[in-house]
Design a protein around this ligand. Structure first.
Ligand SMILES: NC(=O)C1=CN([C@@H]2O[C@H](COP(=O)(O)OP(=O)(O)OC[C@H]3O[C@@H](n4cnc5c(N)ncnc54)[C@H](O)[C@@H]3O)[C@@H](O)[C@H]2O)C=CC1
Ligand SMILES: O=C(CO)COP(=O)(O)O
Length: 339
């Protein structure tokens, strides 16, 4: 049992999700110390002095067994690590962690994306830097503010070793946060990465006033391409139908609380990408879009909606041209096509 008698959990990333998960871990395991690492020392001082992460999760008091720190050495006793930094910064964070991490401590990846410089999934990034630390993935429909407010939420916790997945799931379980364990690591991370890109498309449609029918069509066809991609990359179909796939896609494609959806809304209303990003904050779909489409092309998987988002973000086509191109593709069977 990796988690038996554990004394410390470390959460890397002082954003909204890292803070919500630190509070969750602190509540689920009241006798365990939770180190909440953030890179910015003044941010950490602020959190320590006020007991709140006012910059990213205002109004949510940090529980008393959480210790904010800007020093990765303070995580060296952690039996379990939650990696909650933005996807494109996972590599540099884990490289810095390598000198401090306790032997064998599992790393639960809670970020959603694909590394654009390498085309690697985040569990692969972790395994390449820390090969002796089993990677796990926590993914599913879960807004930080919902979890921090104690609203009922259910997610997937995947690790290749089913016993480890179940152990980590029970470690973080609370009466309002339910984790389902899975051994489909790749499937769990694919859903979280792809849904952010597809949510931008749904946001654009909403911002452009295309109507609820278009939104539902984009969601259904978006799920079709997420599934094609997932299966081609080794995901189990049932995982794609679950919380980390369809569940998170539905949440992100329909809620204005999603930053990816709201970035799309801003673009649909005519803002530039820069203006929209400033308004929405961290939008992982923007950073994952290009590499997602590259991986799909390399596997000859047709992802017309993700490709349209990529072309719009790269300013290769306008939104109106993207809509026209999607609607005038040659007619085909709804099901039965492999790609
Ligand atoms: N906010 C949410 O509801 C959820 C977020 N996620 C995922 O969690 C990840 C983090 O998202 P949030 O916490 O929401 O982001 P956020 O925007 O609230 O915070 C990002 C944090 O990362 C830090 N950061 C930026 N660059 C960094 C670097 N180079 N090294 C270390 N830290 C750095 C920032 O200072 C900030 O503390 C993303 O991949 C996101 O998709 C997943 C589920 C829910
Ligand atoms: O992943 C999320 C919910 O499951 C958060 O979505 P956004 O990053 O689009 O806000």
């Amino acid at each position: 049992m990796v988690t038996e008698g554990i004394r410390q959990i470390a959460v890397l990333g002082g954003g909204a999700w890292g803070t919500a998960l630190a509070n969750l871990a602190a509540r689920a395991q009241p006798s365990v110390q939770v180190a909440l690492w953030a890179r910015n020392a003044s941010h950490v001082e602020e959190m320590s002095a006020t007991g709140v992460n006012a910059r990213y999760l205002p109004g949510v008091p940090l529980l008393s067994n959480i210790r904010p720190t800007a020093d990765l050495a303070d995580t060296s006793n952690a039996d379990v690590i939650l990696a909650v930094v933005p996807a494109q910064t996972l590599r540099s964070t884990l490289e810095a962690l390598a000198a401090h991490i306790k032997p064998g401590a599992p790393i639960i990846i809670c970020a959603k994306g694909i590394e654009h410089s390498s085309g690697l999934f985040l569990s692969e990034v972790a395994a390449s830097i820390l090969p002796d630390h089993p990677p796990a993935v926590l993914s599913g429909p879960s807004f930080a503010s919902d979890v921090a407010s104690g609203l009922p939420t259910a997610v997937t916790l995947a690790a290749l070793d089913g016993e480890l997945a179940a152990e980590l799931a029970s470690l973080l379980s609370t009466p309002w946060f339910r984790l389902y364990s899975s051994t489909d690591l790749r499937g769990a991370e694919i859903g979280g990465a792809a849904k952010n890109v597809l949510a931008i498309a749904n946001g654009v449609a909403a911002g452009r006033g295309l109507g609820a029918s278009a939104g539902a069509a984009l969601l259904a066809r978006g799920f079709a391409e997420l599934s094609r991609f997932g299966i081609a990359l080794g995901a189990e179909p049932k995982t794609l139908m679950g919380l980390s796939g369809l569940g998170d896609l539905v949440l992100t494609c329909t809620s204005p609380m999603s930053r990816n959806f709201s970035l799309g809304v801003s673009l649909g209303r005519g803002m530039t990408l820069e203006e929209a990003t400033q308004r929405s904050g961290l939008t992982e779909g923007v950073h994952t879009c290009g590499v997602l489409v590259d991986l799909a092309n390399a596997k000859r998987v047709d992802m017309p909606i993700a490709s349209a988002v990529d072309a719009v973000l790269a300013e290769q086509i306008t939104i109106d041209e993207a809509i026209a191109a999607l609607m005038t593709r040659p007619s085909k069977a709804e099901f039965g096509e492999i790609r």
